[in-house]
Design a protein around this ligand. Structure first.
Ligand code: PGA
Length: 223
């Protein structure tokens, strides 16, 4: 199984998001080989738009293994926390949630303790966390099943981490070998094949190259 996770960050209006999903679904429907792979559980595509765009996208998606993820979850459960989005709010809308992205750690001060709360609340509400880390010293909560290695210097810079370094990072992790291991950081249609050919790398977390439906489709269709 290969995973292709699109992280839109705070990009896109409602109409841009709808145009993206229409054109992406159009590409998938015209690609019988990819449809077969989705149907055989060989490929999973997870689109993570900003919160308000989750539901409008959900209404348009019918394909198996084309799924939605949130980019964040509150570390509080439902309650008097104005402006937060709880796991319960996301239930039935998203299937996955990105936790521990370096931008959350850096700009929003998310500590290991907060991230552990987020993991627990994700699981409580049936959301599968995609746990990001940019170095091997960051603790990985035990319950995590999907890890995304995203070295900060590779994010949005065009300076993707060489495949050998990604593989040796994975080896250095003191974590269960059954976890799904993704790479993120300047993945694009020109470099994706190098990672995809490695059985040890189970897919990608992609931002910049996911913002354009055709570029993202071009990466997914390399599988
Ligand atoms: P990038 O970002 O694909 O633009 O490098 C990856 C990420 O931040 O998840």
């Amino acid at each position: 199984m290969k995973y292709f996770v699109a992280n839109w960050k705070t990009y896109k209006s409602l109409s841009e998001a709808e145009t993206w999903i229409d054109s992406f679904i159009g590409k998938i429907r015209a690609d019988q080989q990819l449809l077969d792979r989705l149907n055989r559980d060989e490929v999973k595509i997870i689109v993570c738009p900003p919160f308000p765009l989750l539901y409008p996208l959900k209404k348009k998606i019918t394909e198996k293994n084309l799924l939605l993820g949130a980019q964040n979850i509150s570390h509080f459960d439902e309650g008097p926390y104005t402006g937060e989005v709880s796991g319960k709010n996301l239930q039935g809308i998203a299937d996955y949630v990105i936790v521990g992205h370096s931008e959350r750690r850096r700009y929003f001060g998310e500590s290991d303790e907060i991230l552990t709360k987020k993991i627990n609340l994700s699981l409580k509400y049936g959301l599968q966390p995609i746990f990001c880390l940019d170095n091997a010293n960051q603790p990985i909560p035990n319950e995590v099943k999907i890890i995304a290695y995203e070295p900060t210097k590779a994010i949005g810079t065009g300076d993707n981490e060489p495949v050998e370094n990604v593989l040796s990072f994975k080896k250095s992790l003191d974590f269960k070998s059954t976890a799904i291991f993704l790479y993120g950081g300047s993945v694009n249609e020109n470099n994706a094949r190098d990672y995809l050919s490695q059985p040890e790398i189970n897919g990608f977390l992609i931002s910049t190259a996911s913002l354009d439906a055709l570029s993202f489709y071009n990466i997914v269709s390399l599988v």
